[in-house]
Design a protein around this ligand. Structure first.
Ligand code: FEO
Length: 398
């Protein structure tokens, strides 16, 4: 009953939307859901590229059967074996027991480990080619984009890059699959949120993979999540390049603060005023106790300046801010302009810790943090304004 969604002749979308799951990897909120993309090539031999999450396997099998129309499935190519793309494999094999599973050495080791599958395997190596008929699939290893086994499959005849998680984003596909047939606005922030949270730690492997695929003449990017990119393929590629170089937008600043009783928050507002007075128009502010960390990371990856604020809490940082800093550190965020501010009531620690964090990250530090004992006083209000103005100048001077 499913009407085929054709991407190019012989290549079909057979993926599914997940509107049920609240947390991706049981960690990251999915307010707009997520798609698990799977693609079917119908040639002299048939090949499926990746599968879907276990929870949506019945629907996926129905779509696949509708498209295959009684034909056998000859190959399953695993670009990425994380269970959101491999959860359906064991059941798929019950429907298509003769399917040969194609992967690199690491993939097949993980296939055995996760699912106990040990037969009908075809191990491929870098740039090896699998001929289906007129479609010739060439395999390029892309380790750590996002797991060590990850690879990218290039279809030479239809000029498609089946890219695994690379270029993927959160949010479901609502009717259309191709970017040329939809309003894509909602996907840009979700692509950055996806990158910052899922792949952001692996900037060097992403750069290596981008260099590898740059020379391939591709017209389509078929990722495992989100739209198929064709009209915007160059923009998507450029965005990944920028993000993995840690290039922040110099027109914007992100203020992230923790505040128990509003004192540190007042300082954050003074900093906003200072930034605004000097012409910064993209000012993003997050109360770390309210904003989800995945959204904060999205913005921290997007903009060039980061300003942190915290009260001293049990002689430490505000605990939510502390947790966020560990996530930023683990992603090795580079090339940021940095400033900080904070409050305390009897012993001061937060500003020292934030300053040490900025130094450890090797960021460009504004001249002096602002620190307030008890409630905000006029001098420190002025100092916050000036700190905001200084960060604006640093952004403008590059
Ligand atoms: Fe969409 Fe790394 O799995």
């Amino acid at each position: 009953m499913f009407k085929p969604i054709e991407i190019v002749p012989d290549v079909f979308y057979v993926g599914v939307n997940d509107r049920q799951k609240s947390l991706f990897e049981n960690i990251i909120p999915l307010p707009q859901g997520v798609s698990y993309n799977s693609y079917l090539i119908m040639d002299e031999q048939t090949a499926l590229i990746d599968t879907v999450d276990l929870s949506l396997t019945p629907l996926f099998i129905e779509k696949l059967q509708a498209q295959l129309q009684g034909r056998e499935l000859d190959y399953l190519i695993i670009n990425h074996i994380e269970p959101d793309h491999s959860g359906a494999i064991a059941i798929l094999r019950k429907y298509y027991p003769d399917v040969r599973i194609v992967g690199n050495r690491k993939t097949l080791e993980m296939l055995r480990g996760f699912y106990g599958i040990n037969s009908a395997l075809l191990e491929i190596k870098e740039e090896e080619v699998l001929v289906l008929g007129k479609h010739e699939l060439c395999f390029y290893m892309a380790p750590m984009v996002h797991w060590p086994e990850t690879m990218i499959t290039y279809d030479r005849s239809s000029r498609i890059l089946f890219s695994g998680d690379a270029f993927g984003c959160f949010a479901t596909l609502d009717g259309a699959v191709l970017d040329s047939e939809m309003d894509i606005d909602k996907y840009w922030p979700e692509m950055i949120r996806y990158y910052a949270n899922i792949i952001g730690k692996y900037a060097a492997p992403v750069q290596k993979a981008l260099r590898k695929i740059k020379s391939l003449p591709f017209d389509y990017i078929c990722s495992t999540h989100g739209p198929v990119w064709t009209c915007y393929k160059d923009e998507v590629f450029a965005l990944y390049d920028r993000l993995s170089r840690y290039e922040g937008d110099p027109e914007g600043a992100v203020i992230v603060y923790g505040s128990m009783y509003g004192g540190t928050e007042l300082m954050a507002e003074a900093l906003e005023q200072g930034l605004s007075a000097k012409g910064i128009r993209k000012i993003i502010i997050h109360n770390v106790s309210k904003s989800d960390h995945s959204e904060i990371l999205r913005d921290v990856f997007t903009y060039k300046a980061l300003i942190l604020g915290s009260p001293t809490y049990n002689n430490e940082l505000h605990p939510e801010l502390d947790a966020l800093l560990r996530k930023i550190e683990s992603r090795g965020l580079k090339n940021r302009i940095f400033a900080c501010f904070g409050t305390y009531a009897w012993a001061s620690a937060a500003v020292k810790r934030m300053t040490a964090f900025g130094e450890k990250m090797n960021w460009q530090l504004a001249s002096a943090p602002v620190e307030q004992k008890y409630s905000l006083e006029k001098d420190n209000y002025e100092a916050c304004l000036q700190l905001g103005e200084e960060v604006a100048r640093m952004l403008q001077e590059g």
